[in-house]
Design a protein around this ligand. Structure first.
Ligand SMILES: Nc1ncnc2c1ncn2[C@@H]1O[C@H](COP(=O)(O)OP(=O)(O)OP(=O)(O)O)[C@@H](O)[C@H]1O
Ligand SMILES: [Mg+2]
Length: 288
């Protein structure tokens, strides 16, 4: 079970997040990024955050600690933004909290070095959970105290949107061409050799047990929360054993635009990291 805390103050919305997560303080004196059950993306987003976040942590990847947060919407009464008010009103009860990393900055592949082994661990993990949301457009990684942290596992495990087809869906390949770490030469085979044997039925049973019952009840086709948990285990367990054989880390499907001005990027490590070619030479080569 995740630790449960009670929200004591709504601090501010995080507008860069599509689901409008908010920063809250809680009765354990912690500060959390709160993801709301009342958000349009639905409770499956929160289930995915718990299963993937806990799995990542158990595999030794850096994912901020997760808690559940009891929310009394009354704490947001002073919040002037109507959208926030409505989100809070729709989210009374249990929500998800992620330890807030103060002073963290968004991961920028132009400015951060990572060795192929570490990059391989992240790409393999994202392949396992079928994460489509760690691209160079939206890295969903933060750098905190000089180290990369993985956040936002809400858009993963697509199979949980159609359980009858889950086995077939979980058997599908993973295209990592647009992954934010694709250019670091991720050693996916080494990561699989290290991590796949650790993804056991026991581990998956433990991480799925961390999902609160109330986010699993009344799932169509299942008679109890434990049956839904079992379905997650049955999708992830076989995928862990073989997904490294079905990961594509090819050329990016689109040319990566530089976020930073040329006078700055010219002084940074050339991109892509694996070939030593710079962004500018890549543009010239492709004749654009
Ligand atoms: N633990 C954290 N510590 C500090 N900042 C965070 C943390 N988690 C999220 N953030 C900030 O909040 C933003 C939104 O978070 P997140 O990506 O999890 O939300 P989302 O609504 O799922 O977003 P998306 O639009 O990517 O679907 C992040 O880009 C980051 O800037
Ligand atoms: Mg995000």
């Amino acid at each position: 079970m995740l630790e449960e805390v009670v929200a004591t103050r709504y601090v501010t919305p995080l507008r860069e997040g599509g689901s409008l997560p908010g920063i809250v303080e809680a009765d354990d004196l912690g500060t959390y990024v709160m993801k709301f059950t009342g958000a349009g993306q639905g409770r499956k987003t929160l289930v995915a955050e718990v299963i993937c976040g806990q799995l990542g942590r158990r595999l030794g990847l850096r994912v901020p600690e997760l808690v559940t947060i009891q929310l009394d919407p009354v704490i947001g009464l002073g919040e002037p933004d109507q959208e926030v008010q409505e989100l809070l009103k729709a989210s009374g009860g249990l929500n998800l909290g992620m330890d807030y990393l103060p002073g963290s900055i968004g991961f920028d592949p132009l400015a951060y070095e990572m060795d192929p082994v570490e990059a391989g661990r992240v790409v393999w993990f994202d392949a396992l959970i079928n994460n489509v949301d760690r691209s160079w457009r939206n890295p969903n990684m933060l750098v905190w105290h000089g180290e990369p942290w993985l956040i936002d596992h809400g858009a993963t495990m697509i199979w949980h949107h159609n359980w009858p087809g889950a086995q077939a869906s979980a058997a599908k390949p993973y295209d990592a061409s647009d992954h934010v770490l694709a250019t670091y030469g991720p050693d996916v085979a080494a990561a699989a050799a290290e991590l796949a044997p650790r993804v056991t039925e026991e581990l998956l049973t433990e991480v799925t047990a961390d999902v609160p019952d109330e986010w699993l009840v009344d799932e169509p086709g299942f008679d109890a929360p434990d049956a839904v948990r079992r379905a997650y285990v049955e999708a992830l367990l076989p995928r862990a054993a073989t997904i490294h054989e079905r990961v594509t880390v090819g050329e990016r499907t689109e040319r990566k635009p530089s976020q930073a001005p040329g006078w700055l990027t010219d002084h940074l490590t050339p991109w892509p990291h694996t070939t030593g070619q710079g962004e500018h030479s890549k543009q010239k080569d492709s004749g654009e």
